[in-house]
Design a protein around this ligand. Structure first.
Ligand code: HEC
Length: 183
């Protein structure tokens, strides 16, 4: 009786594993950006990410959430994040439009202002696998990552000076080229 039950369980498991294998190996799984999502794809991906970050318990920000940090964070953001995550009142880039999963537009609506800066710090430092979200550890300094993280944690209440800095060309950029002279 017990033997039969165990055999039943093992067979069911084998059939399930075989089914999953066939689903992938016969090209049925979604792979294009415009394909509909995989069943429960987002739910599982976000559950795994949230649980992982919680387990690692990133420390609170050593950088003050003030205008000075926001202005430094704005320069980092413009150079390394804006192409995917957008700027205040600007249209989405083609890169952002063509990605899956979609990079959230962090200055549109709540963005990540409902997450602690430490959670954003973790994501920017380590990246998010298989999504296109890069990890910046060792490429940006820890201070730069904290500055952009406190900026994003306050994206819904930045002062006008910071908003102006975000939409201005990056610091040190050459002035826009003059139109070529007509022959
Ligand atoms: C090449 C595109 C790309 C660049 C550049 C990029 N990201 Fe991302 N980012 C993504 C994508 C795509 C996601 C969505 C991942 C997902 O759905 O899990 C994401 C997610 C995030 C999230 C999580 C948002 C949420 O709702 O929880 C944060 C925070 C973030 N990025 C911060 C940054 C910061 C800060 C930078 C710059 C230092 C940056 N990203 C640069 C593509 C990018």
């Amino acid at each position: 009786m017990l033997k039969g039950l165990i055999l039943g369980i093992v067979l069911t498991l084998l059939v399930m594993i075989g089914g999953v294998y066939l689903y992938f190996s016969t090209g049925r799984a979604p792979v294009a950006v415009t394909d509909p999502p995989f069943p429960f794809e987002m739910k599982f991906a976000h559950m795994a990410l949230d649980a992982h970050i919680e387990k690692q318990a990133p420390p609170p920000s050593p950088v003050a959430a003030d205008e000075k940090s926001f202005l430094s964070g704005a320069e980092v953001y413009k150079q390394h994040c804006a192409v995917c995550h957008g700027l205040p009142d600007q249209p989405k880039s083609f890169i952002a439009q063509g990605m899956y999963p979609r990079p959230p537009q962090l200055f549109n609506g709540v963005g990540v202002s409902d997450d602690p800066a430490s959670e954003t710090y973790w994501k920017a430092e380590n990246g998010i696998r298989l999504t296109g979200m890069p990890g910046f550890k060792g490429r940006l300094t820890e201070t730069q990552i904290w500055e952009v993280s406190v900026l994003l944690a306050n994206s819904d209440k930045i002062p006008p000076s910071v908003k102006a800095a975000l939409v201005a060309p990056p610091a040190g950029a050459p002035p826009a080229a003059a139109a070529p002279a007509k022959p």
